[in-house]
Design a protein around this ligand. Structure first.
Ligand code: HXC
Length: 198
């Protein structure tokens, strides 16, 4: 549908890009000529995906382990990327979720999800956006939401609450950062059977 070189010379970071939906998006960006950065918690899947895409599309795919809950690690990682050159795009795809009756959740369980989805996504977004604003470089951010932002959903309350926060972040930053030529959007896929989700 798109020209194969549509994303040539574009540098895009996809968090959680080693598996599932993240990997699908990374594959399409690679197919259209982008240079990719992928991060996640598991080195083996990142390496596998990077090698697969490099071979298939002859494009650069950089990978590094990162837990987006660790704010200092996030900022150091983004700093290292920008030292090589500015990003053009960020996809906030990394997430965590488990299905549990809310009455059985411990506070630690709630935090495990909220720290990844709500806090971690902000850390990345802030770290990238701040550098775009400082350098006057334009950029585009896409965050992955879920349909339960609007419908609510039983048994996934920490995720539903955190993703709703990301929806508010998207609307707020689209208004606040538009003047810096930073586009902030989100997409909300319904459930589909990736290995992580199932
Ligand atoms: C209840 C649970 C639990 C579960 C963990 N906890 N799993 N509580 N039900 N299934 C609780 C633990 O008991 C503990 O609290 C606390 O959470 C922290 O647990 P850890 O295992 O130490 O957490 P951590 O290592 O940080 O890992 C959390 C996690 C992990 C990343 C969310 O569970 C995980 O890897 N999940 C599978 C991968 C994943 O998240 N896939 C989803 C992709 S996104 P206590 O108090 O007991 O110590 C997705 C979106 C779908 O699926 C959208 C569809 C529309």
């Amino acid at each position: 549908m798109f020209k194969k070189d549509l994303l040539k010379n574009k540098r895009i970071l996809v968090t959680g890009g080693g598996t599932g939906l993240g990997k699908e998006m990374v594959s399409h960006y690679a197919e259209h000529g982008a240079e990719l950065y992928i991060c996640g918690r598991r080195l083996n899947v990142l390496e596998e995906t990077a090698n697969e895409l490099k071979e298939k599309f002859n494009t650069k795919v950089h990978f590094e382990t990162l837990d987006i809950r660790a704010s200092k690690d996030v900022d150091d990682y983004i700093e290292r990327i920008f030292e090589e050159g500015p990003l053009d795009g960020l996809v906030n795809n990394a997430a965590g979720n488990f299905i549990s009756p809310t009455k059985d959740l411990s506070h630690k369980g709630f935090d495990a999800i909220a720290n990844i989805v709500f806090h971690g996504t902000f850390y990345i977004t802030h770290s990238v956006g701040r550098r775009w604003i400082e350098s006057g470089h334009k950029g585009s951010i896409i965050s992955i939401l879920t349909t339960w932002v609007w419908t609510g959903s039983p048994y996934v309350v920490p995720s539903a609450m955190s993703k709703s926060g990301l929806n508010a972040m998207t609307q707020s930053l689209a208004a606040e950062w538009g003047k810096y030529n930073i586009k902030v959007n989100a997409i909300a896929p319904g459930p589909f059977p990736t290995k992580g989700a199932w």
